[in-house]
Design a protein around this ligand. Structure first.
Ligand SMILES: Cc1cc2nc3c(=O)[nH]c(=O)nc-3n(C[C@H](O)[C@H](O)[C@H](O)COP(=O)(O)OP(=O)(O)OC[C@H]3O[C@@H](n4cnc5c(N)ncnc54)[C@H](O)[C@@H]3O)c2cc1C
Length: 284
């Protein structure tokens, strides 16, 4: 198979096409290739080989007894095209998150969910989506084993994850309790087609628990999880003041050309209040 883009990576000598699990393991000097929309976009010093996992034949998505499994190789376009599943109100966030990556449809058709997670940019919309829905990453270890880690803990900073040498992200599992929750989101950017500067996703669970996931305005996904409050309706979300205080306690606002940290904080707090109000009252 010809990889014209790999020819721009001048140090790359070999591209391996993985068809079996052992073939997916990146060896020293190799990195895993998803859609390549980032890997082929800049020099990759020290990278001598690519391991293409998009050829491994993983189903892009499957329903599981406890929800949804999204393969690491599922493209953003495939994720957005999953047919609406009865009762999964949170599925509305799939398209929202895909649209938050302001690439053309050509990028959406190639970029993978796994590539977005492993790249670990603050504005990674698949990180936001998976963290907001209590996603768990299924990681293949090079010895043939596997481990599971909440997406919230997988991404630890800008371009930093807890993936170790030789590990491959195989899939992300999204649980039913989150998929059936009420959700809402807000996104801000400095320009109409700019990268996300704040992308905040809210979830209200059946027991009234309010889960607010903050991304893009922080260097890694941050989450505020507050219990429901008993009222004359069975339970309601916490007060706006409690939500805003909890979000403000994050205290660590990201600073890059996509937004001043003070503006990011103010925008995130406004979003937190709006999202709390949007999901307050009514049925869970
Ligand atoms: C116009 C444009 C706009 C963009 N906007 C955004 C944006 O808003 N937010 C954002 O986050 N990114 C953005 N990107 C960057 C990039 O396109 C996306 O992050 C994309 O989702 C990366 O996915 P990929 O499959 O192409 O990853 P690749 O480029 O193939 O890989 C990315 C990284 O993940 C690793 N990797 C891939 N798959 C696995 C796996 N299964 N296991 C272990 N490691 C793996 C690779 O080794 C590499 O380090 C943009 C790119 C373009 C061109």
């Amino acid at each position: 198979m010809l990889f014209p883009q790999a020819m721009d990576l001048v140090d790359v000598r070999d591209v391996r096409v993985a068809r079996t699990r052992p073939q997916t393991v990146p060896l020293p000097g190799e990195v895993v290739l998803g859609g390549g929309t980032w890997l082929f976009s800049e020099p990759q010093p020290g990278v001598h080989g690519l391991v293409d996992v998009t050829t491994a034949g993983w189903e892009p998505w499957t329903r599981t007894p406890d929800g949804l499994r999204v393969a690491a190789t599922c493209t953003l376009a495939e994720l957005a095209a999953i047919p609406a599943q009865p009762g999964w109100s949170a599925q509305s966030l799939f398209g929202t998150a895909v649209d938050a990556l302001l690439g053309s449809w050509k990028i959406h058709r190639v970029a993978t969910v796994g590539g977005n997670l492993c790249l670990a940019l603050p504005a990674g919309p698949m990180i936001a989506l998976a963290a907001a829905l209590d996603g768990t990453a299924l990681v293949w270890t090079p010895d043939g084993g596997e481990r599971r880690v909440p997406v919230l803990d997988l991404v630890t900073g800008v371009r930093r994850t807890t993936l170790r040498a030789g590990e491959v992200l195989r899939a992300v599992d999204l649980p039913e309790h989150a998929l059936t929750a009420r959700v809402a989101s807000r996104r801000a950017s400095l320009s109409a087609l700019g990268r996300s500067a704040a992308f905040v996703l809210a979830r209200r669970d059946a027991d009234g628990t309010f889960v607010l996931t903050v991304t893009a305005s922080t260097d890694r996904p941050r989450q505020v999880r507050l219990p429901g409050v008993p009222t004359d309706v069975p339970t309601d979300v916490p007060t706006a003041a409690d939500v805003v205080d909890a979000v403000d306690a994050i205290g660590d606002w990201y600073d890059d050309p996509h937004g001043d940290p003070r503006w990011r904080r103010a925008t995130t707090l406004r979003f937190a209040r709006e999202l709390r109000d949007e999901l307050a009252g009514g049925a869970a």
